[in-house]
Design a protein around this ligand. Sequence first.
Ligand code: SAH
Ligand code: SF4
Ligand code: F3S
Length: 476
Amino acid sequence: MPKHQLYIETVGCQMNVLDSEMLVASLRKEDYEITDHLEQADTILFNTCSVREQAENKVYSALGRLRQHKQENPDKVVGVIGCMAQKDQKLIFDRAPYVDLVVGPGQLQKVPEIIREVRKGNRNQMAVSLGRKEGSNTLIKRSHETFDPLRDPQMRPTPSQAYLRIQIGCDKFCTYCIVPSVRGPEQGRAPEEILSEAKTLAEQGCLEITLVGQTVNSYRYNDGNKTTTLADLLEELHKIEGIRRLKFVTNYPKDMSDHLLEVVRDYPKVSPYLHVPLQSGSNEVLKRMKRGYTVEDYHDMMERIHATIPGAAVSSDFIVGFCGETEEEFQRSVEAVKKYRFKNSFIFKYSERPGTKGANLWEDDIPHVVKQERNRILLETQSQISEELNLAFLGKTVDILVEGPSKSQQRKSEDATSEIIQLTGRTHCDRIVLFEGNRRLIDQILPVSIYDTTPYSLFGAIETHEYPSALHSLTL
Ligand code: SAH
Ligand code: SF4
Ligand code: F3S
């Protein structure tokens, strides 16, 4: 029986999912085991996100609910890590004095040691990186360390899929966004490190790697003689045996090079899928957001995408109700969704983030109800498009990577022992497919024929019969 039981809750983007995986891997080395039951844990960690206020409120509420539990069990270690730890720092101790440690995303390698200190009785430990104005660029960069030492197959989204960080931080400073201040300056990881990590993942049985970075296609690494770009990296990763699919998120419209698009077209393991957020269809709003491109630039990029990669799936993010967004400006976003026919879009209501340029310059003046209504309209417009695009898959056969039981299957606990269940997986172009099948199919890439669609998913039937695995068991 391991010495320690760890309960960890993770919110936020792929960066946080990855950070939690790394942290758990390093804690396992110190005899920790994961538990899904907070009451049984001796260590409770919240890996947090600051991108919208709601994400922060959730964590503060969870901490509030923990107050009594911690009073009754004072030896338990409670920690807040991640982006909100970097942003709020001491404020977390003010709001929840029973928190033992506050550690930012650039300091996660220190967590095991900090927990040991807390257990010695030295509570209220804090480790955060330098703020964007608290030193020279080199010092600030150094204070945001990449934390990618180990991989933990059990903490992955699924055993056959993994995220791989190629870049940390962000230097774009969109006026609404907190990420550059909590994640620090943009820094690319060395290609050798990325390739060796990918090889480890392949050896661990990983079939799909998603490269992650806030502006992943801006990736550049210069070792003095040679500059490596994302396109170069993909060419190298493509050679790794065992890896079947390569994806990358999130793309920045201005940095979508022709070379990258050609690599997506020419290398079959690279998914014909690009997440490249537009954020708004209005040039005035884009300017206020300081996104660094116009609608015309985005249009040009879309033309290049479709000319180079016929049938590419493109998805986007939008913010509705950004400071001063008029009805007319909002309508430009609706038009953009109709025009670019995104596979899907993530739509967010603007949430003012203290300390950002947007918060300093303009009032958050769009009423909540208006934001809500715009959110609904844009979502409805997108759903209609997604439904039309999905309909084109009817009767087609697609290869899908089987990820595991579907969400509705997971809720049906009575079927937990049944062999045939509803499974979920994704196409190469990142569409979700649901189908009935044996649990043994999980973590394989298999052909499925599509017989029904909704805006959000495709329904299919597995085409492979069970013969190969039956044969396998006969020969055992
Ligand atoms: N680096 C990525 C996205 C990071 S955050 C990119 O540049 O595309 C993910 C999404 O959250 C953003 O694309 C944006 O749509 C949304 N977002 C960021 N800050 C926000 C804020 N203050 N309020 C509402 N949505 C926000
Ligand atoms: Fe935020 Fe803009 Fe950087 Fe994306 S590119 S993380 S939206 S500042
Ligand atoms: Fe949130 Fe931090 Fe990601 S603020 S979106 S978890 S980089």
